[in-house]
Design a binder for this molecule. Structure first.
Ligand code: AMP
Length: 214
């Protein structure tokens, strides 16, 4: 199954993607994760992307589109994939459709994880991410057993540079302006599935499960 996860920063896309991977094994293609790795490795791409990411702005379309095209062509994406954080603009959505079309594929479900914007700022600033395996925690409702230590791999938990109060409000504005219109794009295509993301992780996943199971 070819899935797009839609939703504002902090809606829980990464958490749900990890659970889909666990249940079905589809590769998780997160443009944010790919870009953060490039930044950590200080590659030319990472150096270019960092200034946009630190400000909470979008990295230019051609850069991100190039990354995703390459990843979709990998063998493991043949049996299905989960796109998380992509597409984020109308141009990205259209290029994605064209690319999939040329591969004889299409998006089967665009799952919108809907969360009220008032909840998102608190969620993002309480989010902690593992440096080792990328697992996501929330200090308020999904805390690790030991402070700042990942339950899964023992790695260090950190606050993403763009999960600070200052950057979060710009990221939410950018979402409303550039990405929220994609909800209509996928609704028009008849593949939009909206779920309430303001519930415990497993309750949200129960709905995701029903959609992916088909
Ligand atoms: P995320 O982990 O999805 O919240 O992404 C973190 C940051 O990476 C975003 O705030 C953007 O700066 C950049 N980014 C990730 N995905 C995209 C995308 N599809 N288009 C443009 N920028 C992106």
């Amino acid at each position: 199954m070819n899935i797009v996860l839609l939703g504002a920063p902090g809606a829980g896309k990464g958490t749900q993607a990890a659970k889909i991977v666990e249940a079905w094994g589809f590769p998780h293609i997160s443009t944010g994760d790919i870009l953060r790795k490039a930044v950590a490795d200080a590659t030319p791409l990472g150096l270019e992307a960092k200034r946009y990411m630190d400000a909470g702005d979008l990295v230019p379309d051609p850069v991100v589109i190039g990354l995703v095209k390459g990843r979709l062509a990998d063998d493991d994406a043949g049996k299905g994939f989960i796109l998380d954080g992509f597409p984020r603009t109308a141009v990205q959505a259209e290029v994605l459709d064209g690319e999939l079309d040329s591969m004889g594929k299409s998006i089967d479900a665009a799952i919108l994880v809907a969360v009220d914007s008032k909840v998102l700022v608190d969620r993002l600033t309480a989010r902690r991410t593992c440096r080792g395996c990328g697992k996501i925690y929330n200090l308020q409702n999904n805390a690790p057993a030991k402070v700042e230590v990942c339950d899964a791999c023992g790695g260090e938990l950190y606050l993403r540079d763009d999960d600070t109060v200052e950057t979060v409000s710009n990221r939410l504005n950018v979402y409303e302006l550039s990405t929220a219109p994609l909800v209509d794009y996928y609704r028009d295509k008849g593949v939009l599935k909206e779920i309430d993301g303001d519930r415990p992780v497993d309750d949200v996943f129960a709905d995701v499960h029903t959609i992916v199971k088909g």
